[in-house]
Design a protein around this ligand. Structure first.
Ligand code: RTP
Ligand code: MG
Length: 140
C-alpha cells in the first residue's frame, strides 16, 4: 500500500483524563509510530462542541454528550502519520466498549457498558474532511 501521510484529531475525553489514562493513550499512539505534532489540555466550550458534533445534532444522545464533553478537561492532539485516520480508529476500537476488541483502547479500558455509549475514552476523526474540520475547531 502506498504511503499516505495524513493528520487527524485525537481527543482524550473527560473520562480518560479523569481516570489517568492520558499517558496510556499517548503511549499507544507513540508505540504505533505516529507523530504528535501538537497537544493541549482544555475544557471545551459548548460552542466548540456543538460544531465538533454537528453531525449528531438532533439525536437523543447529543445534549448529554455535549454536557459530558464539557464536564472537565480534555486532551486534544494533532496527530500525523501514514493512514493515521483509519489507523487511530483501529487503535481506539469500536464505539461501544462492550463490543470493542481486546487490545484496543476502548476494549482494554472502556467501562461504559450497556445502552448509553458516552464514556468511551477517546475520539478520532473519521475522514479527511472531518479531520480538517475538527482540527480547525480545536487548533485553529
Ligand atoms: P468518536 O466520534 O468519539 O471518535 O466516536 P465514533 O465515531 O466511534 O462515534 P460517533 O457515532 O461519532 O459518536 C460520537 C460519540 O457520541 C457518543 N455516543 N453516544 N447511543 C449513544 O448513546 C451514543 N452514540 C454515540 C459516544 O461518546 C461517541 O464516541
Ligand atoms: Mg465520530
Amino acid at each position: 500500500m502506498t504511503t499516505h501521510v495524513e493528520e487527524t484529531l485525537v481527543l482524550v475525553k473527560p473520562d480518560g483524563v479523569e481516570r489517568n489514562l492520558t499517558g496510556v493513550v499517548l503511549a499507544r499512539i507513540e508505540a504505533k509510530g505516529y507523530v504528535i505534532a501538537d497537544l493541549k489540555m482544555l475544557v471545551p466550550t459548548r460552542t466548540m462542541l456543538e460544531k465538533h458534533y454537528e453531525e449528531h445534532q438532533g439525536k437523543p444522545f447529543f445534549e448529554p454528550l455535549v454536557e459530558f464533553m464539557s464536564s472537565g478537561p480534555v486532551v486534544a492532539v494533532r496527530l500525523q502519520g501514514n493512514r493515521v485516520i483509519e489507523g487511530f480508529r483501529s487503535l481506539a476500537g469500536s464505539t461501544e466498549p462492550t463490543l470493542a476488541a481486546p487490545g484496543t483502547i476502548r476494549g482494554d479500558f472502556g467501562r461504559d457498558w450497556g445502552t448509553s455509549v458516552q464514556k468511551n475514552l477517546v475520539h478520532g476523526s473519521d475522514s479527511t474532511l472531518s479531520a480538517e474540520r475538527e482540527l480547525e475547531i480545536w487548533f485553529g
